[in-house]
Design a protein around this ligand. Structure first.
Ligand SMILES: *Cc1c(COP(=O)(O)O)cnc(C)c1O
Length: 388
C-alpha cells in the first residue's frame, strides 16, 4: 500500500532543513564511519538521559544483544521478559543461546510486565530480566529494581518506545524523575524510522555501570582494543581480546540524531497533547479498552493503542478505519502466539494473549492536528457491531 493511499498515516517522519544541513556537513567532511559526530551524540545523549555513559550502536537489537552478553546472560541462562513485546528481545535472548521466559503484563489497560509475575518466574537459573516500557509508559520500576537487587539478577530496559519518558513515582530505589532507560543496569534505545527519535536505523545503550562500558565498546567493534577513530588518528597496534561484532553507528546518522535529540522534548509534549485529545474523544465509549486511559505520570507517548474484546471486533475496527483512509497496525501479537515461539503456551500469559489478539494502534505523530484526532475518534466510536 503506497503511503499516499492513506488520508492519515500511522506515523510521519519529522525532520527539516536542520537535519538535512547536519547530514550535508558530514558528507562534505569525508569522514562517514564512527567518529566525532558519534562521540558528540553519545555525550549529549548521556547528558539528556541523566546517565554516566551512552554507547551508540547499529540498532536496538544489537544493543540488546550486547547488553545480554555484557551482564553474562548467555548459554542456557533464563531471561525473564514480557510476552507482550516486539520480538527483538526474545530473538536476541536466543541468539546468545539463553532461554526466554515469558511473564505476563499487568492488565489490558497497563500492558507492562507484572512485578509479581517476575517474582513467580525466577529460578536459580535466572540471569537477567528485560522490561519494556510499552507505548512510552514506564514499567513499575521501583518494585522491579528491588526484586532484581534482592535476587542479584541483572535488569535491562528495552526503552525503545520510551525515549525521554521520566519515572515519577517517588521511591528510594529509583529516584523521582529518572529518565527511563537509566533506571537499571542497562537501557536500550532504537532510532528506527517510526520511533520518537528517528534517523532510519540506529540504537543506543546507556548505563551508569563503569564496569560495563569497556566490554560494550569493545564488542561493538570486533573485540578490538582500539577504536576506529583512534586507528584513523594513527594507532600502530591493536589486539582482539574477546568475541566481537560490527555494531558500529555512523557519522551521518549521528549528526541527524543530535538534531533530533534537541527537538525531542517538544515533540514528546505535542504527542502528549494529542494523546489527551484521543483519551477525551474515547472516554464515552467502553467497547474498546484505551491503553493508559487513566494515567497521570510521564510518558514519551510513543503509541496510541486500543484493545478490542475479540479478534473479530479488532478486524471490524481495522477495516472500518482502513476504508476511511486511516492506517493502523498491531503492536504486538503475543510472542507465544507466533510460530517461532510455539514451544511457549500463550495460555500461561493470558493477559498478553488477549492484548495481542485485540490490540489496534492508531495514528500518532507530532504533526497531527486535533481535528484529525477528533475525526479518528468519531470513526472508532461508529465502528459497526457486526459484519453483514
Ligand atoms: C523498535 C523496537 C525494537 C528494535 O529496534 P531496532 O532498532 O529496529 O533493532 C526493540 N524493541 C522494541 C520495543 C521496539 O519498539
Amino acid at each position: 500500500m503506497p503511503s499516499s493511499y492513506w488520508k492519515i498515516p500511522l506515523f510521519d517522519l519529522d525532520y527539516d532543513d536542520e537535519e538535512i544541513q547536519a547530514a550535508t556537513v558530514v558528507l562534505k567532511s569525508k569522514w562517514l564511519s564512527m567518529g566525532p559526530q558519534v562521540e558528540a551524540f553519545e555525550l549529549e545523549f548521556a547528558k539528556a538521559m541523566g546517565v554516566r555513559h551512552a554507547i551508540a550502536v547499529s540498532n536496538a537489537s544489537s544493543a540488546l544483544y550486547l547488553s545480554l552478553l555484557a551482564v553474562g546472560a548467555r548459554d542456557g541462562a533464563e531471561v525473564i521478559q514480557p510476552a507482550m513485546n516486539f520480538v527483538a528481545a526474545a530473538n536476541m535472548t536466543r541468539a546468545v543461546r539463553a532461554i526466554p521466559v515469558f511473564a505476563d503484563i499487568l492488565s489490558l489497560e497497563k500492558p507492562t510486565i507484572s512485578p509479581e509475575e517476575i517474582r513467580r518466574k525466577i529460578t536459580p537459573n535466572t540471569k537477567a530480566v528485560i522490561v519494556m516500557h510499552y507505548g512510552g509508559y514506564p514499567c513499575r520500576m521501583a518494585e522491579i529494581v528491588e526484586i532484581c537487587k534482592e535476587q542479584r539478577i541483572a535488569l535491562i530496559e528495552d526503552a525503545c518506545h520510551a525515549i525521554g519518558a521520566r519515572y515519577l513515582d517517588s521511591e528510594k530505589k529509583v529516584p523521582h524523575g529518572s529518565y527511563v532507560g537509566g533506571c537499571s543496569d542497562i537501557g536500550c534505545f532504537s532510532f528506527y524510522s517510526n520511533k520518537n527519535l528517528a534517523v532510519g536505523e540506529g540504537g543506543m545503550i546507556v548505563t551508569d555501570r563503569d564496569d560495563l562500558v569497556e566490554p560494550l565498546r569493545r564488542m561493538r567493534c570486533h573485540g578490538m582494543t582500539q577504536f576506529v577513530w583512534d586507528r584513523h588518528a594513527g594507532a600502530d597496534y591493536y589486539d582482539i581480546v574477546s568475541e566481537g561484532f560490527n555494531f558500529r553507528f555512523d557519522e551521518v546518522r549521528a549528526a541527524m540524531g543530535r538534531i533530533q535529540l534537541r527537538k525531542l522534548a517538544e515533540k514528546n509534549k505535542k504527542r502528549g497533547e494529542l494523546t489527551r485529545r484521543y483519551r477525551e474523544g474515547l472516554s464515552h465509549q467502553d467497547r474498546f479498552t484505551v491503553v493508559y486511559q487513566n494515567y497521570s505520570g510521564d510518558s514519551s507517548y510513543h503509541l496510541m493503542s486500543l484493545v478490542a474484546a475479540s479478534i473479530e471486533d479488532r478486524m471490524r475496527l481495522v477495516r472500518h478505519l482502513k476504508e476511511a483512509g486511516v492506517q493502523t497496525t498491531l503492536h504486538y501479537p503475543c510472542l507465544s502466539d507466533l510460530t517461532s515461539f510455539k514451544d511457549h503456551d500463550s495460555n500461561l500469559t493470558p493477559v498478553s494473549r488477549d492484548f495481542g489478539r485485540g490490540v489496534v494502534v492508531v495514528p500518532l505523530f507530532p504533526a497531527m492536528t486535533f481535528e484529525q484526532v477528533d475525526w479518528i475518534c468519531d470513526l472508532i466510536c461508529s465502528t459497526p457491531r457486526s459484519t453483514l
